[in-house]
Design a protein around this ligand. Sequence first.
Ligand code: COA
Length: 378
Amino acid sequence: MSNEPEIRKGLAGVVADYTAVSKVVPETNSLTYRGYPVQELAANCTFEEVAYLLWHGDLPDAGQLRKFNEEGRRLRELDQGLIELIDALPTTCHPMDVLRTAVSYLGTKDPEPFTTDSAHISRIGLHLMAQLPTAVAYDARRRKNQEFIAPNLDIGFAENFLTMVFGDGEGSPATNEKDIRAFEKSLILYAEHSFNASTFTARVITSTMSDTYSAITGAIGALKGPLHGGANEFVMHTMLDIDDPAKAAEWVNNALDNKQKLMGFGHRVYKRGDSRVPTMEEAFRELAQRHDGEKWVQMYDTMAETMDGRTGIKPNLDFPSGPAYHLLGFDVEFFTPLFVLARVTGWTAHIVEQYESNALIRPLSAYNGEEQRSVPQR
Ligand code: COA
């Protein structure tokens, strides 16, 4: 029998713990949040209802939702300190860095950041869910020398955010109910996905009994990478680079010939297609019809067909959400921050779960460096 330890690179296939937040079943391409299929949630719920579901385990009734919305919406305004901090950050840095810094700052202002109390952590989640959209919108507009649009405390999450970024003038997605719903669907689909890299990062940090802000700051860092949340930006950079749908097949073939990875394709868990793609793809196609985006649909289809034909690898959620966000009018470097606005809900649910049944996350490694040796006498 070999003494070699079994190494599971990237922890692939390792079951690290139980979770009751969401269930991914790759064999049936299914994803449920607290037992509800994500497609049904996207079709029937607001993003706030889904946040409530993730934190409280069930969908709210009308009274619970009203209270949840009242509490959350009045937390939307930024304090002057955060506005000045964002202003001090260079506009050359990535918006994810601004967001990471904003969460870190908010942690310094909380008199009780070290709580392990579930209700208190859900309140931190609600605070971040309210503040981060305002911070992202503020950052987006300052980069274009546009005046800040203050949050509206009386309207839903998606509409308020689109209004803060784009205003409510003619042509703004904030004035079109279908655009608002398309964006809201993307938020619902991005909200939660079990032990993905950023959620696992949040759980690792929480497992040391560190605080929620540290866990979420770390999670933002993990999400930024192109193999995770950063992929939605790379998808659009690629599409803008290809520019012409007639060149898309050749581009994919060249990339594969050169052993390049195509962003927005493949998944560690789903090997036969990402359960979230059909809903987002439909939203993207509808957006394209309303916003003269046939070019991106053609490119999307050609890239997906060529990739499938050559490798059998299917698109993941970032593939339709990239061009969908482009059609809504977002600058590409803001696509991953949009993912944060949604995923902060899932991260918070996992932080609560980790505290409730904690064990320090600390795997082993197999050493393959120099054998023990003595320092030479000089
Ligand atoms: N483009 C090209 N080839 C890909 C690919 C992609 N997007 N995704 C996987 N593959 C290939 C790999 O090159 C590898 O081929 P090989 O066995 O010949 O070396 C094989 O498929 C297995 O890939 P691997 O990276 O080991 O699988 P994984 O489970 O670790 O990868 C991802 C999961 C997400 C990291 C990977 O699919 C990827 O990098 N995708 C692009 C980034 C992305 O869209 N991320 C968002 C995920 S939601």
